[in-house]
Design a protein around this ligand. Structure first.
Ligand SMILES: [Zn+2]
Ligand SMILES: [Zn+2]
Length: 285
C-alpha cells in the first residue's frame, strides 16, 4: 500500500480532475499533494486499494473554492487499526488552471516516503497516458531531474541544491532528463564514473570522457571514493559537495563563501539560474 501512495504522489502534470490530500501521518499535519489524476486513474487506484483494504468513500461536500471533496478511508484487512484517509478534490480543467499549485509541494519532497516528479512542461511526452506511465516508470526506478531552473536567488537555489543532494543520499538517481547540459547533477561517484551516460543523457563523448577523467576533487585534491556524493557542474567539473579534509570544505561552502555559483576551476556558471516558467513550483524533483 505504501507503494500505491508513493505512486499516487508521483502522478502529476497537466491532468485535471482532482488532487489528493494526504492525511496519513496525523489529521492535523496533512500534506497537500500535487497530484492531479483523472477519474479513470482514480478508479484504478481504488481498485488496487480494494485488493487488500476496505475502502469507504464519503462525499464531504464543497471546499471553499467550490471544489467537490470526496474523502476515502482505507483500512487494511490485515490490520484494521491502521487505517488512513485521503481526500480527493474534484475540479474542472478551467478551475484547476485557475489555482495552480497553491499547496506545498516542497514539504512533499522532504518526506521520506513521498516523491514528487513531474515531466517538463514542454517535454515531448505530452499525451496523457504516456505522461503518467513515464512518471511512474521514473518513480519506480527512483529517478528524478530538475524540471525548472530556479530564479536567480541565492536562497532558492541553495534550497534546491540541498534537497537534490538529500534525495541522492536516500538512494534516488538524479539525471539531466529535462535540461541536459543546463542541469547540474548530484551523483554517487561510482555511478558517475561507471555509468555517466545514465545520468548525463545527452552529453557527447568528449564530455563523458571529461567526467570520467576527473577522478579527484579540485578543491581538496583527494580522489573520489565510490560512495562520495559528487557534484557535477553545468560546466562539467566534478567536486565533492562536502570534502572530507580540513583544508577544504567542498563546493557547497565555496558557493556560500562566494555568495555566487561560479566554478572554482573554470569560473563559469556552475549552477544555471534561468527562471523559465512562472507557474511552476520552486522545488522540482
Ligand atoms: Zn573534495
Ligand atoms: Zn567549471
Amino acid at each position: 500500500m505504501e507503494n500505491v501512495i508513493k505512486y499516487v504522489k508521483a502522478i502529476n502534470g497537466i491532468l485535471f480532475g482532482g488532487y489528493v490530500r494526504d492525511k496519513m501521518a496525523d489529521i492535523s499535519q496533512f500534506h497537500d499533494v500535487d497530484c492531479r489524476i483523472n477519474k479513470e486513474q482514480l478508479t484504478q487506484l481504488i481498485n488496487i486499494l480494494l485488493v487488500d483494504n476496505i475502502v469507504i468513500e464519503n462525499i464531504v461536500g464543497e471546499n471553499y473554492k467550490r471544489m467537490e471533496v470526496i474523502s476515502y478511508t482505507v483500512t487494511p484487512k490485515a490490520n484494521t487499526n491502521q487505517s488512513f484517509k485521503f481526500d480527493v478534490l474534484c475540479c474542472t480543467e478551467t478551475k484547476w488552471f485557475q489555482y495552480p499549485c497553491d499547496f506545498d509541494v516542497n514539504m512533499l519532497a522532504e518526506s521520506n516516503d513521498a516523491m514528487y516528479i513531474r515531466p517538463h512542461f514542454l517535454s515531448s511526452i505530452c499525451t496523457l497516458p504516456d505522461k503518467i506511465s513515464h512518471i511512474l516508470s521514473r518513480c519506480k526506478s527512483k529517478k528524478f531531474a530538475l524540471v525548472a531552473l530556479p530564479r536567480d536567488n541565492f536562497t532558492d537555489i541553495s534550497v534546491l541544491l540541498f534537497r537534490s543532494k538529500n534525495l541522492v543520499q536516500r538512494g534516488w538517481t538524479m539525471d539531466d532528463f529535462y535540461f541536459s547540459n543546463a542541469s547540474w547533477i548530484f551523483s554517487k561517484w561510482s555511478i558517475l564514473r561507471e555509468e555517466p551516460r545514465s545520468i548525463r543523457l545527452r552529453h557527447n563523448d568528449v564530455s563523458i570522457e571529461a567526467i570520467k577523467s576527473q577522478t579527484t576533487c579540485s578543491l581538496c585534491l583527494e580522489p573520489f571514493s565510490n560512495d562520495d556524493i559528487v557534484f557535477n557542474t553545468c560546466c562539467n567539473h566534478n567536486f565533492h559537495w562536502e570534502c572530507h579534509t580540513e583544508n577544504s570544505t567542498g563546493i557547497c561552502h565555496w558557493f556560500y563563501l562566494k555568495k555566487c555559483f561560479s566554478c572554482p576551476v573554470c569560473k563559469q556558471e556552475a549552477v544555471k539560474h534561468v527562471y523559465i516558467y512562472n507557474n511552476l513550483p520552486r522545488i522540482a524533483v
